[in-house]
Design a protein around this ligand. Structure first.
Ligand code: SF4
Ligand code: SF4
Length: 464
């Protein structure tokens, strides 16, 4: 305990003590090799995406790009966060394209101070997933999926030319944003071994870089790192630190939720946005729920939706998709704000809302995983079927909706329990007395129960 206070991490185990792992991570060819493999995969996906019919319901559609991105890559990412946090960023070819571009040319301007927050990434994330089913139909539109990948790669490269470091990865990438927030729950962390060693080290090689490794591309400083959110696990500091003062340690999942001191409004908003938005998306997978929404959207149209079917499908319905997703995310964050205001009168409600919202990250992750369960099984079955065809065999499996339902309910309920637990630990840290603790818990529990109620109402409807 004393050693922690002094900035020493004591007996924490360190994966970098494993000789082969350490050698691999420090090898200067390892990361570029991984990046190149994923770049090759990205190019194949883009190629097949652009070669396909725009709508998979029509003949000639090639589902390869959509399956690889929406049914495999994205769900797998969601499931890997728990163990490895932002490890994907190590392999990401779009992130690597920033490094490659900057090795040729960059103006290296500082990213503007006023945009050093996550609001652009939050809006992009909510927009992409709100638009996914209605506006651009990414999951069943391979060319749009390819265009999305191309536009992110293009934007990352343009930003690499203008700004220094990985500004795109830190402030814009919506996937990095979600990985960052959920990596607070992950079971591993990269930190310095001893803060004292960092303090005493005159040349901060992790910041300025040296022959062995580059400067930290996202501007993190291991001595002051208190949570996983922004570290993209590039391992450059492992290479550059001549004091051998970096460790990668297993830990209790969720440690950052209680330990971290800095909290942000954009992250708090995102957490509520993810919960309500993905509950809604799971609702849209169920006929009864979907019918209520579609009938509502139809009923508010000021024209005959049968006669003007194309206009309804292309514009009216899509406009409502954006309105509904904006309203429900604002409503969810507003509900938490209200609950905090009522339960903790006289306190700084905005700040309390932000701090207590971090308790909802476990519920956010569980809803995110629940929504991705369906897709992951679909993706795995597609791969099995395709491999079967390759070997001249019939390896076909059907998605069992009852099993999916049960898995989703278990996941959401577990997230609810973890959120209550995190809420208790965060409230305990923030409260000066028993009364404050009780009131904070009332604020967290009231909102968590509303989410659970909505979740159970939706998840007990049959999937069709
Ligand atoms: S180079 Fe190593 S010891 Fe020096 S400040 Fe960075 S992490 Fe600490
Ligand atoms: S240099 Fe170190 S702290 Fe910075 S992003 Fe890479 S691994 Fe994380």
């Amino acid at each position: 305990m004393d050693s922690e206070k002094n900035g020493e991490t004591g007996e924490k185990s360190d994966l970098l003590d494993v000789y082969y792992f350490r050698n691999l991570v420090k090898n200067r060819f390892f990361r570029p090799a991984v990046n190149l493999i994923f770049l090759f995969a990205l190019l194949i996906i883009i190629y097949f995406g652009l070669s396909s019919e725009p709508d998979l319901r029509f003949r000639g559609g090639i589902p390869f790009a959509t399956t690889m991105i929406w049914d495999l890559w994205h769900p797998l990412l969601a499931f890997t966060i728990i163990l490895f946090g932002r490890l994907w960023c190590f392999a990401c070819p779009i992130g690597a394209s920033v490094d490659w571009t900057q090795s040729v040319f960059s103006f290296k301007r500082k990213y503007p101070e006023k945009y050093r927050n996550l609001w652009i990434a939050v809006i992009l994330f909510l927009f992409i997933f709100a638009a996914e089913r209605h506006l651009f139909m990414f999951t069943r539109n391979p060319p749009n999926t390819a265009y999305l990948l191309l536009s992110f790669t293009g934007l990352a490269m343009v930003m690499a030319v203008i700004f220094e470091k990985r500004s795109f990865c830190r402030y814009i990438c919506p996937i990095g944003l979600v990985l960052g927030v959920f990596s607070m729950l992950s079971a591993t962390e990269l930190r310095c071994k001893s803060k004292k060693t960092c303090q005493d080290h005159n040349i901060k090689e992790c910041i300025i870089g040296n022959e062995a490794g580059k400067p930290c591309p996202v501007g993190e400083f291991p001595q002051t790192m208190e949570r996983n959110n922004y570290c993209i696990m590039c391992m450059e500091c492992v290479k550059s630190c001549s004091k051998d003062n970096i460790r990668i340690s297993p830990r209790l999942p969720g440690a950052d939720l209680v330990k971290s001191v800095k909290t942000h409004l954009d992250e708090a908003y995102l957490v509520h946005g993810i919960i309500i938005m993905f509950l809604f998306v799971m609702g849209m997978e169920r006929f009864e729920f979907r019918n209520v929404i579609i009938n509502f959207v139809r009923s508010v149209a000021p024209f005959d939706t049968v006669m003007y079917r194309n206009f309804f499908v292309n514009y009216w319905r899509n406009m409502w998709a954006i309105i509904i997703f904006s309203l429900i995310t604002l409503g969810a964050a507003g509900l938490m704000y209200l609950s905090t205001r009522i339960s903790l009168p006289g306190k700084n409600a905005r700040q309390k809302f932000i701090e207590l919202s971090y308790a909802f990250i476990p519920l956010g992750l569980s809803v995110y995983l629940a929504e991705n369960t369906f897709r992951l099984l679909k993706g795995l079955f597609f791969i099995t079927e395709t491999a079967g065809k390759f070997f001249g065999q019939v390896w076909e499996f059907a998605v069992n909706f009852d099993t999916i339902d049960q898995l989703q309910i278990i996941l959401v309920f577990s997230g609810f329990i973890f959120t209550l637990w995190a809420g208790y630990l965060i409230s305990k840290k923030l409260s000066n007395n028993e009364k404050d603790l009780k009131n904070s818990m009332i604020a967290v529990s009231a909102v968590a129960i509303v989410y659970l109620f909505i979740g159970m109402k939706i998840l007990t409807l049959p999937i069709v």
